[in-house]
Design a protein around this ligand. Structure first.
Ligand code: NAP
Length: 317
């Protein structure tokens, strides 16, 4: 990002710019007076974000609706961006979707849809962005992963598989681009973040998901992402308990497996809010659900409510 008054504004392309972490990243880049290219599937919310970015100080904005899962669309998006801006300095891939449910309960098209956006989408973006960065001999691609890309959790198989794959992709790209000192591929893994992704998710588990504590704001995660761009590192954990979970998963797998189900039930689900089975925003955008924040409330209160609900349902049995 533009870190000093003398620096020229950078061209920053953000996917998933209409909601959550992507929207917060666009706002933060706008506040640094950068040029913004705003990407997501649905246009009207991007137009709202464009106004927000201009108000926040963006040097310029360009809205390019595109589906990350469609390679032709991504190629067009990068072409359109370059046609206007002439270069790409920073690309943050924050587009993503989730589906909940046991592996066998998530319909095939929804399972594929999560992989299509999160994995194929990241590959598509890399396919068209990396050659630009290499040609320029500079620039940064940030792939937003997740702590979930390091562990296993029940009833999130497509997302878990997709985020392990994003981590693998980032490592591949880092190895392949070692010959360009000023081309950076950064893997950034948030923990729980208060965004709408939980309510927007496809869901075949019966209850809505919620971010496990500690829950960060999308603004905080966006700041961390942009700091990584300023001071590139190949990989970073952005959640304060990510490393604890990773150590538990790898170092004490038997204990992890015993605890993860019960902990997930009370800390990463909202047992008080039943949800009808459906594909959420996995197969197509649900623009009314795209916002900066998820309004998840206090996670400890959420856990307390869950414990009461689980205790009541046990008593009824
Ligand atoms: N929230 C968390 O707790 C958390 C934790 C760890 C990692 N993450 C990761 O952070 C990233 C952002 O998540 P978020 O929580 O900010 O989600 P979010 O608020 O639901 O935003 C998702 C964004 O992605 C866009 N999108 C979805 N599918 C797309 C596609 N096929 N092509 C282009 N854009 C698409 C959505 O807009 P349209 O629907 O209009 O396309 C929206 O702008 C994701 O990779 C997620 O896995 C989130």
């Amino acid at each position: 990002m533009t870190s000093g008054a003398a620096a020229r504004p950078r061209v920053v392309l953000v996917t998933g710019a209409s909601s959550g972490i992507g929207r917060a990243t666009a706002h933060a880049a706008a506040a640094a007076h950068d040029h913004l290219v705003l990407v997501a599937r649905e246009e009207s919310t991007l137009v709202d974000v464009e106004k927000e970015c201009l108000a926040a100080g963006a040097a310029s904005t360009l809205v390019v609706p595109a589906d990350l899962g469609d390679d032709t669309d991504v190629a067009r998006c990068v072409r359109e961006a370059l046609g206007v801006t002439g270069s790409l300095d920073v690309v943050v891939n924050a587009g993503g979707v989730v589906a909940y449910g046991r592996t066998e309960d998530v319909p095939a098209d929804v399972f594929d849809g999560v992989l299509r956006t999160n994995v194929t989408g990241s590959v598509n973006l890399a396919r068209h962005v990396v050659p630009v960065l290499r040609r320029q001999e500079r620039g940064t691609l940030v792939l937003v992963g997740s702590v979930i890309g390091h562990i296993a959790v029940p009833e999130m198989t497509p997302y878990v598989v997709s985020k392990w794959a994003v981590r693998a992709l980032a490592r591949q790209l880092q190895v392949e681009n070692r010959d360009r000192d000023d081309v950076h591929v950064i893997y950034a893994a948030p923990g729980g973040v208060d965004t709408p992704i939980y309510a927007q998710a496809g869901n075949y588990s019966g209850v809505v998901g919620r971010p496990p504590p500690p829950v960060a704001s999308p603004e905080k995660v966006a700041r961390r992402i942009l700091r990584l761009v300023d001071h590139p590192r190949p990989r970073a954990q952005l959640g304060i308990t990510n490393n604890l979970m990773r150590v538990g998963f790898s170092g004490l797998p038997w204990l992890f497996d015993v605890l993860v189900g019960p902990l997930f039930t009370v800390a990463a689900k909202d047992q008080t809010t039943p949800v009808a089975a459906g594909s959420g925003n996995v197969l197509e955008s649900v623009p009314t659900g795209n916002h900066l924040h998820g309004d998840q409330g206090n996670p400890l209160v959420g856990i307390g409510r869950n414990l009461l609900t689980v205790a009541r349902s046990r008593r009824k049995r």
